[in-house]
Design a protein around this ligand. Sequence first.
Ligand SMILES: *Cc1c(COP(=O)(O)O)cnc(C)c1O
Length: 417
Amino acid sequence: MDLVRSTRRTFLSWTNCLLAGSGMTELLAADSKLMPGEDYYEKLGVAKIVNAAGTYTALTASIMPPPVQAAVARAAKSPVRLAELQNAAGEYIARLLHCEAALVTDGAASALTLGTAACITRANKQAVHNIPIDLAGLRNEVIVQKAHRYDYDHAIRNCGARFVEVETLDQYASAFNDRTVMTHFFNAAEGGRIGREEWIRGAHAHGVPCFNDAAADVPPISNLWNYTGMGFDLVTFSGGKGIRGPQNAGLLLGKKELIAAAALNNSPISDTVGRGMKVAKEQIVGMVAALDWFLSQSDASMETEFRRIAERIAAQLKGIPTLESNIAIPDTAANAVPHLLIRYDQARVKISPGAVMTELRRGSPSIELNPATGKVRQGGLPSDENTIVVGVWMLQPGEEAIVARRLREVLSKAAAA
Ligand SMILES: *Cc1c(COP(=O)(O)O)cnc(C)c1O
């Protein structure tokens, strides 16, 4: 964080001087010339963007902090024995996060597949090679709340599992049978009547392991041990979201026996569902280094930092007619950090938030705003048709000045029209 902070401070002193004028793009270009290595984005003609959205996979999620980038670059210089690295990283992470065992996976979606494969194949080595098609003699029903069905179901279905949906506790209790292999919980779900503790109790009453997908659910930092501590047998977090590790890394945390079974379904073992989900040495090291970095932060300091960035942008928008701004934290478990919400009267400032989003995307540098922009209550934010949402937490040092300048340009022009 020191490195990030001091970079931010230096950069800000430049950007503050420049806020009124242009030259920001030139400054960023000059900055990137100082970096080692060829600029392959430039060589390939790929636009670098300003991420004022958040940890979205399609926007490459997060940027690793400088100490994590350095650890990755260093790990790239030496071959090691992959199994030794996987085991050592797992043991280190389990100690750090107060759980029995851990596996670095190729993202949270891969952890869902490997965790499910572990439940289906445990104590049955042949089954590892038979799933997802030959399920003879294997349990494959996963119980889930109807409101917890989501886009990541496929990661679980990859193992040959099928879902059994329930809504009430009674339905939950009677859904267990001799084909039940696992129960699944979507931690950031906005619906669902059964809470975490009741859900775990129900599964354990039937001796069935219970998985919690908390992929996007840090901060708070303590969530990294809250859910395993609560009794979930398997928990996943994405490595490349709030933890700011490599985008293709993730964590599978949980019971020793299940993590060992997950590893048997994973690369480098070739005849497995996980073989295509290889995590390279750079990403394993990056995941561990990102956790070291993330645990050196505090929830309060991160929140203060994100609020300060949001306030700096809001301050630059003062004087635009009818414009009001406030800072909100989503009321779901995912992405629970301060976001900047900017509202205005479209009769006076004649542009829709969606059109502002497009303008910023088309500009230089290209800026991506949060997808809740112009949408009613999305991602747990109090947004609506008249709201621009700026996700501030993935902005790089000084980029808030760029976002503020572009917003001011586009909104002022629309107010004068
Ligand atoms: C992002 C996300 C995932 C997938 O995470 P990756 O690390 O990109 O594989 C899975 N589940 C939920 C709820 C997510 O938000």
